[in-house]
Design a protein around this ligand. Structure first.
Ligand SMILES: [Zn+2]
Length: 86
């Protein structure tokens, strides 16, 4: 089983899905946050299903920021939404 077959859990609905069904958000040790980072960007990651419902749930009560252990970033939700719309 390759790396790509590993299932990741959506932080909103807790369902296990393959990587291509999820948006990956990673924060590195410099507190830089990237949406769909390349393989050279390392850090704590969170995954969200590619739908608005899970996106909204992930941001409720700053859940995503608690998981990423950082302060709320104004533009993060919009960056994720841009990925959903592509
Ligand atoms: Zn989900």
């Amino acid at each position: 089983m390759g790396e790509k077959d590993i299932k990741r859990k959506c932080i909103a609905c807790n369902s296990l899905k393959s990587r291509d069904e999820l948006v990956k958000i990673t924060i590195n040790n410099k507190k830089e946050i990237k949406v769909m980072p390349d393989s050279k960007f390392f850090g704590r990651s969170a995954y969200i299903c590619k739908n608005d419902k899970c996106l909204e749930t992930a941001f409720k009560k700053d859940k995503i920021y608690k998981i990423l252990k950082t302060k709320p970033a104004e533009d993060l939700k919009e960056k994720i939404r841009a990925v959903l719309e592509n």
